[in-house]
Write a protein that binds this ligand. Structure first.
Ligand SMILES: [Zn+2]
Length: 247
């Protein structure tokens, strides 16, 4: 095993022990692996990646905060274990004890109707070779009613997380539309904002637009949104008022 710790990862006296456990577990279960190179990263986007090389060695890159849960990390790599990934996602977004941040919001991918975790995995498998998986969950209902418009999804934070508006977790919203909204947010992970001509920050640049149009239901999604956004806004406003009345 070789272990590399990237800059910015906090010191952890038990890191080597966790790393040994993880690599031991991978070597034991994988079958005919010759070795493993482990990188402890401090990435925002790619928090857990792995590739096998031609010489039958495995390269793993894992976020420093996840290594302590080496059993779950191994389960994701070996078996693509969704429950293990959900636990790791939650851990990633719990505030570290020394950082005065907002109270960590629970990230719940399972809605009443749709499971965003399954959807995101499907999208990553279909369009990106299983890569770019990030934590995903349903957002919270807003505390004030939306006025003219609202964002159906968001992608941001450090490390990055995708949230989808809870008004879409309803049986009258087609599954393919929710999946398209998720696809759009996933593209923000795949194509991070860049500096365009004149130093302007480009969020939906050319490459982003090209990939978005590549989605087989792009046009259909645009027209479904145009026809139904009013209804979604009304639904959200009603819900917000009900929540406010209860407070
Ligand atoms: Zn966008």
């Amino acid at each position: 095993m070789s272990l590399h710790v990237r800059e910015g990862a906090p010191r952890d006296p038990r890191r080597l022990e966790h790393a040994n456990n993880l690599v031991g577990c991978l070597l034991a279960e994988w079958g005919d692996l010759k070795g493993c190179k482990l990188v402890v990263n401090n990435n925002r986007r790619s928090v857990l990646t792995w590739t096998t090389r031609e010489d039958r060695t495995l390269d793993v890159s894992v976020h420093h905060s996840l290594l302590v849960e080496w059993g779950d990390v191994a389960a994701v790599i070996l078996r693509r274990d969704d429950a293990a990934w959900a636990r790791l996602s939650a851990r990633l977004h719990a505030a570290p004890p020394d950082a005065p941040r907002r109270a960590p919001e629970e990230l719940n991918p399972k809605g009443d109707v749709y499971d965003l975790g399954l959807m995101l995995r499907r999208l990553c498998d279909t369009y990106f070779n299983g890569e770019h998986l990030v934590p995903v969950g349903w957002g919270r209902w807003p505390s004030v009613p939306p006025r003219r418009g609202m964002r159906l999804g968001s992608c941001g934070g450090n490390p990055v997380v995708i949230r989808i508006h809870p008004c879409l977790d309803a049986p009258d919203v087609p599954e393919w539309f929710v999946e398209f909204v998720l696809y759009h947010e996933l593209l923000h992970v795949v194509v991070p904002p860049s500096r365009g001509a004149g130093g302007r920050r480009e969020i939906h640049g050319d490459e982003f637009m090209r990939l978005e149009r590549r989605h087989p239901r792009f046009r259909e999604a645009m027209s479904w949104e145009a026809q139904n956004i009013r209804g979604l806004l009304d639904r959200t406003a009603r819900r917000t008022r009900r929540l406010a009345a209860r407070r």
